[in-house]
Design a protein around this ligand. Sequence first.
Ligand code: LFR
Length: 469
Amino acid sequence: MAKTTLAAIDLGATSGRVIVGTWSGSDLDLTEAYRFPNGFNELNGSAYWDLGTLFNEIKTGLLKARELFPDLESCGVDTWGVDSVLTNRDGRLAFPAHAYRDVRTNKVVDAVRAEGMDRWLFDRSGIPMVNYNTSFQLAELLQSFPDLDKVVDQAMLLPHYFNFLLSGVVKSEYSEASTTQLLEVGGDTYCQDVFEHFSIPSGWLAEPEHAGQMLGPVRIDPLLEGVQLALVPGHDTSCAFEVVPREGNTFIISSGTWMLAGAMSDKALLGDEAFESGISNERCGDGSYRPNKILLGLWLLEQTIPSFDKRPQTDAEWGALISAAEERPDPDVLLNIRDRDLFNPQSMRDAIDEKIRSMGGTPPDDLPGYMRLICASLGAGVCETMGIFENIMDKHFDNVVIVGGGSKNRLLCQLIANACGKAVTSYNLEASSVGNIAYQLLALGKIKSLKEFQDVLRPSLSPKVYKPQ
Ligand code: LFR
């Protein structure tokens, strides 16, 4: 079979990358064509993404990919969930793009809880109360800028906005749409009553379609002539979960800035326990369910590092930090890795110290100590989450698989295995990019199913297994 060359544009909150995959039908080769840092700007206490810089980085990455692989055939965009770009009907920016770490929405969340509407929202959307949900973000904007609906015609979800910039086509798909808390759980359209509750104009969001279709040619630069843009799952977590190699009943962890822990399911997990435990019934690119719990991930560490002199730069320096953390005793008290106070505090170190003291513990005094505390807390959080899923789904998981940046952290993998009492298999795999590429192959008709893709991929992966100790 002739080789197919495809580029995944995979944007994360702290870094973005363009990864090129070469698919032979029996093998996938990956090359990182471009990587760049990302971060939001804090302006007068509010958080914003820099859309222009992000788009230029995407363009630079695609041109690099084309230079390295002149036969580049297609590309697809995935990003974090929930954020949107408000435009007028011609696609011109009508408002700066807020970043989800902005705590401006806390007042909307508190009001929903005070009105006792949180259960209703969960029953309608299957999505829990997280202060960054698109629903709360749009509601807050409309409250703060009451005339906004006069200038805004659409709210394009971030990956779909970049698709629009690349190809001129506006389309939405299930994975990203499900992160809004506006899509009907068990249905295929948006919940008009939730739009009305928050006074969000009903036409702002495009109805979702299935990922795995072609949008059209990339039209931003003559050097990219012939490259097609595919509609892939716009939500990075979905891309990652969907390609995780699964054997038997697998509990899945995608670990990066966030720690997403959950499983594939043929139906949404609803009811009291799902609501109380904050299960997020997100969707895959084909509309099926991918319930998970959203746990504060390695962001806790990322944000603690600036309180110390030096950030580890190389693999060797990270290795040394992990080794030092491995020597530390188990912490006496652990962090709650769903705590809203740790979402985006002014100083993460101070916020963590305050939490630990309030529980009668002693805060760590150096970076390895924080690394140990954070990894142990994440391990305990995953174990608790797995128990909740076992209860609700009425089944036992026989193994845990971890992908994403955190899969490289052997202390984190080991502490998860210890906490869960299950073997943890770590795949050092840019899983979001691989999922993105898999959907492009579907759109090009080069594979018939994700299962076919996973079966081909599995033998070429070299997993590392951590047994509980
Ligand atoms: C990970 C992620 C998570 C989502 C958070 C905010 O990048 O997409 O799944 O909970 O970012 O969108």
